[in-house]
Design a protein around this ligand. Structure first.
Ligand code: S3P
Length: 171
């Protein structure tokens, strides 16, 4: 395994990035950076609060800075925020400092995973399959442009998904 580079897991909210990051980290003995969690720790406030107080653009600035910083650390598995691909420069930086793995899931699967979540400002007040499917379709070209590898996750155990990723990034 050539793991001298970051592995960035991208995909829509609820695509399984965090769970798959844990499984990958266990198999590859690498550390994880959970972007949202890192941002919450560094800013000392929740994602909801950052959106509310300073707006989405400010959150995206913080996100971009974190992506840049990750190019200068030891290789880690990065569980990215679902909107990280909105800024094309983020996708370029990710490609430069590692492999980008796009995790896909059906809107219905996503909805089941996120429906009771209150800490995703983009979905607050929009918690339905239609909104999710719409936003996912809008973002799809961005995810695809950023991705080195695309992994479909519906109905697969975490271990199988992790093995597929390892095989794909090894090549
Ligand atoms: C966002 C996804 C969230 C978080 C923020 C915005 C998005 O991350 O970064 O709420 O725009 O898709 P998760 O994908 O980890 O839920």
């Amino acid at each position: 395994m050539k793991n001298r580079q970051n592995i960035f897991l991208i995909g829509f909210m609820g695509a399984g990035k965090s769970s798959i990051a844990k499984e990958l980290a266990r198999k590859l003995r690498m550390n994880i950076v959970e972007m949202d969690q890192r941002i919450v720790e560094e800013q000392g406030m929740t994602i909801n609060k950052i959106f509310e107080e300073y707006g989405e653009d400010h959150f995206r600035d913080i996100e971009s800075q974190l992506i840049l910083d990750l190019g200068n650390t030891e290789p880690v598995i990065v569980s990215c925020g679902g909107g990280v691909v909105i800024r094309p420069e983020n996708s370029q930086y990710m490609k430069k400092s590692g492999k980008v793995v796009f995790l896909t899931a059906k809107p219905e699967t996503i909805f089941e995973r996120v429906r009771y979540s209150k800490d995703r400002p983009i979905l607050n007040g929009n918690m339905n399959v239609e909104f999710i499917a719409d936003l996912m379709a809008k973002r799809l070209p961005l995810y695809e442009a950023a991705a080195d590898v695309v992994i479909q996750t519906d109905g697969k155990p975490l271990s199988v998904i992790a093995d597929e990723i390892i095989k794909a990034v090894q090549g």
